[in-house]
Design a protein around this ligand. Structure first.
Ligand SMILES: [Mg+2]
Length: 403
């Protein structure tokens, strides 16, 4: 079963009453946070883990969300399909999912549109790929859980939801991010609550599992927390980036590798990607693929192979946030690929495009390659370069991440 989940539904129909006038005409997820709506930050995070389609579950002020869709899509670093599912009545969080049932995939992610958890989502993807269950949810450990309900975890099975514990008691709480199998839709009513109805029922059935993660969390339900999100979020989510060459760094350079049967991971490669994801870095692949220009394989084959590498990374708890490849070469056999390109390393084009799309600070990032041309590309993009001479990539990456 692939670890990557392509679809994410986002609960965006709340009234936002605790925010008073702020949400009189603007739905809570669209409140500005830095230079864009809060929702744009949230969607951008999910794109890092392979989400390509968002279903916005709306109700209250749905028209405002619809009007924002184009700008949201433009603000994202990767292409996305964004659609709306409008609840016909005040349906509650479970009802909102019920009314979107015809749009939802076999397995889909679901999250609150008014909170953001910077925990490694691939922990959830990896666990769910290894152990299928009707429901998986992200859990956040907090030192004082007295403001929240807590869960009881046995292994990774959630056996109960409990009321608020006494002040000062640590606990595991719902982080508002779920991975659901669409058969759970049979358990939903047109008006119901995810938290009060569906999750406790799944737990009672033994069908709900949880994954713990740490990380920044912010809910924008009250003005004080919205103000904190506005000041903190842009800095928290402007991450450092690990740029990786492909052949000779992630996989053995057998020469013009265009298919999975010739793709051999180098030792520690997937583990290095996971370590970078865990450390909160973006992980990008930047790879010259003149095999396309030479007619040895197609661009589609390059994309399929890189998507598979990304899924392998997610299956062990890391992610490839994005990739760039250069299919061009001046000696191309195929005329449509015969050209000079500043995307071809030692040109910096691929790195510069990722830096722009993901708003990365190059100086705080790192590029790892096995050729001098990789380091020339990095230098031209303002990214510190590191020449990998073989061995275990995780061992090589660890000190770089610790810097
Ligand atoms: Mg190489």
């Amino acid at each position: 079963m692939p670890a990557t989940i392509r679809q994410c539904a986002i609960l965006a129909g709340g009234l936002g009453t605790r925010l008073g006038d702020l949400t009189a005409t603007t739905p809570k997820p669209l409140l500005p946070c830095g230079d864009r709506p809060f929702l744009a930050w949230l969607m951008r995070e999910f794109q890092r883990f392979g989400v390509e389609e968002f279903v916005l579950l709306t109700g209250h002020l749905s028209d405002a969300v619809e009007q924002a869709v184009e700008a949201l899509a433009r603000s994202l670093p990767r292409p996305a399909r964004i659609t709306l599912s409008v609840e016909p009545v005040r349906a509650g969080t479970g009802g909102a999912v019920f009314h979107a049932r015809d749009r939802l995939d076999e397995r889909f992610l679901l999250c609150n549109g008014d909170s953001l958890f910077d925990g490694n989502l691939s922990r959830l993807l990896a666990a769910a790929a290894a152990t299928p269950a009707l429901g998986w949810m992200m859990l956040r450990r907090v030192p004082d859980a007295s403001r929240y309900g807590v869960v009881t975890l046995e292994g990774n099975r959630i056996t109960a939801f409990q009321e608020r514990p006494a002040p000062g008691a640590a606990g595991l709480i719902n982080a508002g991010v779920y991975l659901l199998d669409r058969t759970v839709l049979d358990r939903l009513a047109p008006v119901c609550s995810l938290e009060r109805d569906l999750l406790p029922r799944l737990a009672a059935e033994g069908a709900l599992r949880g994954v713990q993660a740490d990380g920044y969390f912010r809910d924008i339900g009250i003005p004080e927390d919205l103000a904190r999100a506005r000041s903190e979020l842009p800095a928290v989510l402007r991450r450092r980036a690990l740029f990786l060459d492909r052949d000779g760094v992630i996989n053995v350079d057998h020469g013009y590798v265009g298919s999975r049967d010739r793709f051999e991971f180098l030792p520690g490669a997937l583990e290095a990607i996971r370590a970078a994801t865990e450390a909160g870095w973006h992980v990008f692949v930047v790879t010259n693929q003149s095999g396309v220009a030479r007619g040895l394989y197609t661009e589609a084959a390059v994309q399929v192979l890189l998507a598979w590498v990304a899924d392998e990374a997610r299956a062990i708890g890391g992610t490839l946030d994005d990739v760039r490849y250069c299919p061009y070469h001046t000696d191309a056999a195929l005329p449509e690929y015969r050209r000079e390109s500043d995307w071809r390393k030692p040109g910096p084009g691929m790195l510069l495009d990722l830096i722009r799309a993901w708003e990365v600070d190059p100086l705080r990032s790192a590029m790892i390659g096995d050729q001098p041309t990789d380091l020339q590309a990095a230098a031209a993009a303002g990214v510190p370069g590191h020449l990998f001479g073989g061995g275990n990539l995780l061992d090589f990456v660890r000190p770089i991440l610790a810097r």
